[in-house]
Design a protein around this ligand. Structure first.
Ligand code: NAP
Length: 489
């Protein structure tokens, strides 16, 4: 367990300036904003607060570097990513402490996220040298079709606070692999992990201007001119559906390529034939990863009426036993929520569900201690009218509702504007496949509570987004297909 001096040293050593054109730079007029430790509510440090002019300087650097970066041999771009992959592993302890201090998640989860984040670099290092093309005889003969792929161009990458590093590497990895330069705007709650990553990418040999990081407390004013500039050719955004919609409208003007990884409202369905203790463990994995602050979090848990009491009792017992506390402390499994507003929202949603008839099996009371903690909570009998059935809870609250038929469970799961991921627990293979095919989501977990994997295509349908990150398809989001028609004499 790090002591207070260790925490201070890590914060002290962390980069806090903008990273533009390969250099650490103060924001115009030396502006800064504060970063808090959500486990204490105290200020950790101040970070450069970019102005729209600083954002434009980053875009100019990315645009100036684009042609040379696109011409870099794929093997060289692959090697940059592999070096960054290794550096992330070499520095995992320091990076995990930094992430825990700014975001709150327990150290073990921060280490897990850094390993996951690094894996995107390894995956896309392997994809960089596999960008394909084609040569084809035209169906009528004579002409030939040559098909090649080229980088989209300077890309704007906007990330949320819940996975401060992995949501970045999931975009930066394929951008570098494809030969796109980028400007990354991390969330203001968690800028330190992304700035540390920028330093690692520089050490890994990424050329000046190819990756720029702009931290700001003024996202809209800094990003909109970049989106509308006509210089950036792509926006890849991870965050809420509300902001994603607004950015999609802004992208329409210059018809930018867009990838949107937005909110979720995952259903977790437990059939009566499921292995109940595996389903309980799966529900804890799907619910409690990142204290429920994940787009993939099980937001609605539908359990067959025959087993709901047993399932609820087992889940409540295990959830109640999860140690809550500062993420830097040994043994802690549940850290604080990101800020006071996030905790108030969770408390409001729980209050609303209880008013509408839900019963609290465990948790539900804000503890009297510093920091933004909320206890692991299980509710049962949550009615469809409850607000948490339709909104992301984004906290450690597991709401259970009984169902009786398969059709009823599928209809309830699909009754949402979101479509990111759903989970199904059953030992009946036919049912598993039938239900997986009927669920309106980009991803389905069958008898597993975590689907994220850098080698798999992650993404949603409906209001959960556009495009996929990870897997072989992930690099395509940063490539344009060019067809060259050749007339033969
Ligand atoms: P958010 O409020 O939408 O913010 C996401 C990012 O967008 C932040 O960096 C934010 O900066 C920035 N932003 C906000 N308004 C902007 C604007 N007008 N122009 C440019 N950038 C802008 O979301 P969040 O609260 O950070 O993250 C939680 C949400 O992300 C949840 O809905 C979650 O489901 C979703 N998420 C989705 C995935 C996925 O893969 N589908 C993964 C993780 C999280 P500011 O904070 O400064 O506004």
């Amino acid at each position: 367990m790090p002591d207070q001096a260790g925490e201070l040293a890590v914060i002290d050593a962390a980069p806090k300036q903008l990273f533009i054109n390969g250099k650490w730079t103060d924001a115009s007029q030396g502006a800064t904003f504060e970063v808090l430790d959500p486990s204490t509510g105290k200020v950790l440090c101040a970070v450069s607060d970019a102005s729209p002019e600083d954002g434009m300087a980053a875009l100019e650097a990315a645009a100036a570097a684009q042609a040379a970066f696109a011409a870099t041999p794929p093997r060289e771009r692959s090697d940059m990513l592999m070096r960054a992959f290794r550096l992330l592993h070499e520095r995992i302890d320091t990076l995990a402490l930094l992430m825990t201090l700014e975001m709150g998640k327990p150290l073990a989860e921060s280490r897990g996220e850094i390993a996951y984040a690094a894996e995107f670099f390894r995956h896309f290092a392997e994809e960089a040298v596999r960008i394909d093309g084609g040569y084809q005889v035209a169906p009528a003969g004579g002409a030939r079709f040559l098909v090649t792929k080229q980088p989209v161009g300077p890309s704007l990458l906007v990330t949320p606070w819940n996975f401060p590093m992995a949501m970045g590497t999931r975009k930066i990895g394929p951008a570098i692999a494809a030969g796109c330069t980028s400007i990354i705007k991390p969330a203001p709650q968690t800028p330190l992990s992304m700035l540390a990553l920028a330093g690692i990418l520089r050490e890994a040999g990424v050329p000046d201007g190819a990756v720029n990081v702009v931290t700001t407390s003024n996202a809209g004013e800094v990003m909109e001119p970049l989106i509308r500039s006509g210089v950036a050719r792509k926006l890849s955004f991870t965050g809420s559906t509300a902001v994603g919609r607004r950015l999609l409208e802004q992208c329409a003007d210059k018809v930018l390529r867009t990838s949107l990884e937005l909110g979720g409202n995952a259903a977790f369905i437990v059939f009566p034939d499921a292995d109940l203790s595996a389903a309980v463990d799966g529900a804890i994995a799907a619910k409690m990863r990142n204290s429920g602050e994940a787009c993939t979090s099980a937001n609605r848990i539908y359990v067959h009426a025959d087993v709901i009491d047993d399932f609820g009792a087992k889940l409540a017992e295990k959830m109640a036993a999860l140690p809550v506390g500062r993420g830097v402390l040994d043994g802690v499994r549940v850290g604080p929520l990101i800020d006071a507003a996030a905790r108030e929202k969770v408390a409001r949603l729980v209050g609303d569900a209880v008013e509408r008839g839900a019963k609290v099996l465990t948790g539900g009371e804000i503890p009297d201690q510093p920091g933004f903690f909320y206890p692991p909570t299980v509710l049962t009998g949550v009615p469809e009218s409850a607000r948490m059935r339709h909104e992301e809870i984004f906290g450690p609250v597991a709401p259970l509702t009984a169902f009786t038929t398969e059709d009823e469970a599928v209809a309830a799961a699909n009754d949402t504007e979101y479509g990111l991921v759903n989970y199904v627990y059953t030992n009946d293979l036919s049912r598993a496949l039938r239900v997986a095919e009927a669920l309106e989501s980009g991803m389905v977990g069958i008898n597993q509570g975590v689907v994220s994997n850098p080698a798999a295509p992650f993404g949603g349908v409906k209001a959960s987004g556009l495009g996929r990150e990870g897997g072989p398809i992930g690099i395509e989001e940063f490539l344009e297909t060019k067809y060259i028609g050749i007339g033969l004499a």
